[in-house]
Design a protein. Structure first.
Length: 267
């Protein structure tokens, strides 16, 4: 069994390992590690991605739901879409890619995850240091921006009332996610930005690198001296900013890469 978990890379694998060693990139307890994760890290947990074959946004009308105007024009349709996704996410389990990152944190390594995902599988795997750039489907907030109701957690699957109503003002509730063309929370942007700029090893896992400002963090990491490694089943627009692109299912590739990097760090 080759280190990378696949038999098909004999020559390349040695070369990649060599490059990794030459770059002296290994993981020790002093290494500042940051992960940018996208829908691809949850793909092997059975959660559909957004782009590529079978992607959620392949259906234009669904992509429209994830916009403020698309959701507001038909909250009932919007909530059926989100209720279906919550059902799928509730039955999904963290896969080895989520678990190895949680294990690193548990073992005392300095790791923070910046995720675009709204499924909370990182947290279910045990990761605590997670910046949810795009919010989460497991929180609701009132659609009335002047309402005093604070965002709150809701794990009811399936929802008993669609669309759910705000008990404070009677308006519709919405998922506490960042829709397209909505600004991200400033506190999240600031946290992600300052973390990225002090990162030694930046792992880009399962993202198409299309959505901004999230995709920019890989470039910011590179420009600030981090060693950037991409894990994907194909090259992306971020590949040119990466020192390594590890191609293959991240549920397999990420654990073997991290275990190899920890061993290199202990030599
Ligand atoms: C913003 C939450 C500014 C909802 C999501 C007009 C006005 C304003 C902004 C814009 C505009 N036009 C464009 C923009 C910018 C826009 C943007 O980037 N659009 C893109 C489409 C071009 N960005 C925004 O709108 C952001 N806001 O810019 O606001 C602003 C400032 C002030 C005032 C007003 C506005 C908000 C972006 C957040 C949108 N919300 N989700 C929900 O999920 O329901 S985005 C959505 O895409 C998901 O969160 C998802 O995570 C994210 C990124 O996608 P990926 O995670 O990368 O998923 P994808 O399917 O694309 O790729 C999966 C990858 O995994 C693939 O590469 C695949 O190969 C790989 N893979 C698959 N299987 C595996 C694997 N890899 C490894 N192993 C496997 N097994």
């Amino acid at each position: 069994m080759s280190v990378w978990g696949t038999e098909s890379w004999e020559g390349e694998e040695e070369e990649m390992l060599e490059k990794f060693r030459i770059d002296r990139n290994h993981i020790t307890k002093d290494t500042v590690i940051t992960v940018l994760s996208g829908a691809g890290i949850s793909a092997e947990s059975g959660i559909p991605t957004f782009r590529g074959s079978g992607g959620l946004w392949g259906d234009e009308s669904l992509a429209r739901i994830a916009t403020p105007y698309g959701f507001a024009e038909d909250p009932e349709r919007g909530w059926r879409f989100y209720d279906d996704r919550r059902k799928n996410m509730a039955s999904a389990k963290p896969n080895p890619a989520h678990l190895i990152l949680a294990e690193l944190e548990e073992m005392g390594y300095d790791i923070v995850i910046i995720t675009q995902n709204v499924d909370r599988l990182h947290q279910r795997a045990g990761s605590k240091k997670v910046i949810e750039l795009h919010g989460t489907v497991w929180e609701f907030r009132c659609m009335n921006s002047r309402c005093e109701l604070k965002p709150f957690e809701n794990y009811e699957v399936p929802l008993s009332a669609i669309p759910p109503i705000c008990e404070k003002c009677g308006n519709y509730l919405r998922p506490n996610v960042v829709f397209f063309e909505e600004p991200l929370e400033l506190v999240d942007i600031q946290a992600a930005d300052s973390r990225t700029k002090k990162t030694d090893l930046f792992l880009v896992v399962g993202t198409s690198g299309i959505v901004y400002p999230a995709a920019a963090y890989a470039q910011i990491a590179k420009f600030n001296g981090a060693y950037v490694v991409e894990f994907n089943i194909e090259k992306t627009p971020l590949s040119p900013f990466c020192d390594l692109s590890v191609l293959g299912p991240c549920g397999e590739m990420l654990p073997s890469f991290i275990r190899e990097a920890i061993c290199a760090g202990e030599k």
